[in-house]
Design a protein around this ligand. Structure first.
Ligand code: ATP
Length: 189
């Protein structure tokens, strides 16, 4: 088990996003989170990551989780090389950052402030590729990616499935069908 939601509810102010939701993710699974704007996909990912507390119920997590927000958040003054080195050091990991930059076709020395949104998304994929968390929590990982970037994402998710578990929020049902074993559809409270 990587993450388990036990009858959770989440409320902001007086509004419930969801009232009673149970879910369990095992290693080797890729699950798509679907639902209209405002139905609670990002909220659910943040609850799974431990970045938010449920109003009721319990979230149990095992292993290291990495949440990829949309758009991804980076230190804008760093270059891609510096950022990957920082990420590796922060997580106490070793990894071939040069290979990661090549694989995701990223420039080494351009400050991230000058990156396009698709390049930032690719850098987020390069981080995941290097850090290999146990639980991948991805918020609309496909947005801003071109066709090649999307192929890189699909390949990376295939690799993640070998050793980890993935929950990805998306509006792209084609992607969900292509990569996910099952889907969790949110409708709002
Ligand atoms: N920090 C917050 N404070 C108050 N309300 C919030 C907060 N975060 C989310 N919400 C509300 O919770 C609901 C779910 O938002 P969430 O961002 O999880 O939806 P989503 O399914 O990810 O939407 P989208 O498809 O637009 O990305 C929305 O009504 C939103 O306004």
């Amino acid at each position: 088990m990587l993450v388990r939601l036990e009858a959770i509810g989440k409320r902001f102010g007086r509004d419930w996003v969801f009232r009673n939701l149970s879910f369990r993710l095992e290693k080797g699974e890729v699950v798509a989170l679907l639902g209209p704007n405002g139905s609670g996909k990002t909220t659910l990912l943040r609850l799974m990551a431990g970045l938010l507390k449920p109003t009721r119920g319990r979230v149990v997590r095992e292993g290291q989780a990495l949440f990829l927000p949309n758009p991804p958040a980076f230190h804008r003054h760093l270059t891609a090389r510096e950022h990957l080195l920082y990420d590796l050091a922060f997580h106490g990991r070793e990894g071939d950052w040069r290979e990661a930059l090549r694989r995701f076709r990223l420039p080494e020395d351009l400050p991230l402030a000058a990156f396009s949104s698709g390049m930032r998304k690719r850098l987020a994929l390069a981080r995941l590729h290097l850090l290999r968390p146990d639980l991948w929590l991805l918020d609309e990982p496909e947005t801003a990616l071109d066709r090649e970037g999307r192929d890189l994402l699909t390949a990376l998710l295939g690799e993640a499935r070998q050793e980890a578990g993935v929950v990805l929020a998306t509006h792209d049902r084609g992607l969900a069908l292509a990569v996910a074993d099952r889907a969790l559809e949110l409708e709002g409270a």
